[in-house]
Design a protein around this ligand. Structure first.
Ligand code: OAD
Length: 226
């Protein structure tokens, strides 16, 4: 079976990483415009690097949970395309092959001038020189609001060719990811949502499995094993 899975912050919540829209979510202490837009970065690159340095440090000590591990297992059972909005590397550390990071990754650095990419050091600073062009315009390789998410052609194709689409731990507030279920459903793809509570685009899913991802995802993967 061809399965496309989209994961969001909820899958990493039980690994101790804060979600975005919970009351203790990351945006509570920072305005989105300040830390997740090109304009915010231009206005205060020190603040933005400090924010992502903290998130990089938190992700580095977090451990994959049973939901990440179950999705790694799913890749061995079916033809899986795993897309994540998360910038942590918990899917990789759970041994999922070929994770599509549509919103970029904390493990990547990007030169805002020449576009060169390299592995991010644990602590980044605005005046770090680019290894390729030496200009001090380094930024986290993370997609900010107003920027185009990565790998979209591959993702739309995987959605259209899937037999099953599952969205796991995402609130359905941020497009284009929030439109994946509607797009897939229009192509006749069976769509299921696994979440703590119904997402903003719940109507686009034929089925819903509510509960913490560390329980629901392993059970769901087991149900697909036969
Ligand atoms: P949100 O914080 O908006 O939503 C997290 C979802 O996970 C909510 O629906 C929660 O109910 C659910 N949830 C929380 N704990 C859970 C658990 N233990 N098991 C299952 N579900 C749980 O996060 P995202 O939808 O991922 O974009 O946010 C999407 C994008 O918004 C992010 O990628 C980020 C942000 O702006 C960028 O940085 C570009």
């Amino acid at each position: 079976m061809r399965i496309t899975v989209l994961t969001g912050a909820g899958i990493s919540a039980e690994s101790g990483l804060a979600t975005f829209r919970a009351s203790d979510g990351l945006w509570e202490n920072h305005r989105i415009e300040d830390v997740a837009t090109p304009e915010g970065f231009a206005a205060d690159p020190v603040l933005v690097h400090r924010f992502y340095n903290m998130r990089r440090a938190a992700a580095a000590v977090a451990q994959p949970n049973a939901a990440h591990l179950a999705l790694a297992k799913l890749a061995g059972l079916h033809d899986l395309t795993l897309v994540t909005q998360n910038v942590d590397d918990l899917h990789e550390r759970a041994d999922s092959p070929d994770v599509i990071h549509m919103h970029g990754s904390l493990t990547g650095a990007l030169c805002a001038d020449c576009g060169h990419r390299w592995p991010a050091p644990a602590v980044m600073a605005p005046d770090d020189p680019c290894p390729a062009c030496t200009r001090p315009m380094t930024r986290p390789d993370i997609v900010w609001f107003g920027e185009m998410p990565y790998h979209m052609e591959r993702i739309w194709a995987a959605l259209e060719q899937a037999d099953l689409f599952a969205a796991i731990g995402t609130s359905g507030n941020v497009y284009p990811a929030a439109g994946f279920a509607q797009h897939a459903a229009r192509k006749g793809v069976d769509c299921v949502e696994l979440n703590l509570d119904a997402s903003a685009n719940a109507r686009d899913f034929r089925r819903r499995i509510l509960g913490p991802a560390s329980q629901t995802v392993p059970e769901w993967v087991a149900s697909l094993a036969g």
